[in-house]
Design a protein around this ligand. Structure first.
Ligand code: GLP
Length: 241
């Protein structure tokens, strides 16, 4: 695992956006796995700026989703499908057909999870998967105690994660209890994992993930198993390393 300490989130965003651009220069139709939350926004801004400046051609890029809420109506502004369309797909000028994600509105959620795992394989696998980290060490929505070999499946959010994500909703009562997430085993199949963590609130989780033992109690520690994992942290998030 490579750990890169950057001065701030803008520098982290620029570094990772350049890695994405380099990948597309080598492989124009690369499958980019994107994450939601506030942390990756500087990556998407820096990457879209490169595309606008014609520093990279992203017209053949493909985008896939890491996780999704269960039960939010289709088109809900906070469904991760809507978020990824708004923050990544549309600013890059890509069409919805270049984007795949799990169906959180499906009647049969277990089947939707399996279908999504298969869709990722059929798409040739994820070339670069962006990750954030939860304050409890989760990646995607793999909460502590998730199997390190898990596949895409339904999970129940912890109260802490619902609290952390309540800022996107009118109240915590509106935050869904259930989610679909790529499993840790699924995430580990991506060719390159890039985790960005910024701010002091992530410092303990980052230290446990990077320097602690490999443990299902800290899902992000699974990156230690991956042959090509890059952890980009600002100085505040690195403060416990
Ligand atoms: C959610 C997402 C994660 C993300 C986490 C942290 O739980 N499912 O993929 O990493 O939030 O979000 P933020 O970057 O806003 O702290």
């Amino acid at each position: 695992m490579e750990v890169v300490i950057v001065p701030d989130s803008a520098a982290g965003g620029e570094l990772i956006a350049e890695a994405m651009a380099n990948l597309l220069r080598r492989k124009p139709d690369a499958l980019l796995g994107v994450a939601t939350g506030s942390t990756p926004l500087p990556i998407y801004e820096a990457f879209a700026a490169k595309v606008r400046a014609a520093a990279v051609d992203a017209s053949q890029a493909r985008i896939c989703q890491l996780d999704e809420y269960v039960g939010l109506p289709s088109g809900h502004p906070e469904s991760y499908r809507s978020v990824v369309l708004r923050e990544v797909v549309e600013p890059l000028g890509l069409s919805e057909s270049s984007f795949i994600g799990p169906d959180g509105t499906a009647d049969d959620i277990a089947a939707a999870c399996e279908e999504y795992d298969q869709a990722l394989v059929a798409a040739g696998g994820v070339d670069l998967q962006l990750l954030g980290i939860g304050t409890d060490g989760h990646i995607g929505f793999n909460e502590p105690c998730s199997s390190l070999a898990s596949r895409t499946r339904i999970k129940t959010l912890t109260q802490q994660t619902r609290k952390d994500n309540a800022r996107f909703f009118d109240s915590i009562d509106d935050v869904p209890h259930h989610v679909i997430t790529q499993g840790i085993g699924t995430i580990l199949e991506a060719r390159h994992l890039v985790l960005l963590a910024t701010g002091e609130a992530k410092a303990d989780a980052v230290a446990l993930a990077v320097e602690g033992p490999l443990s299902a109690l800290v899902p992000a520690s699974a990156l230690q198993l991956h042959p090509h994992a890059t952890v980009v942290v600002d100085e505040a998030a690195a403060s416990q390393l």
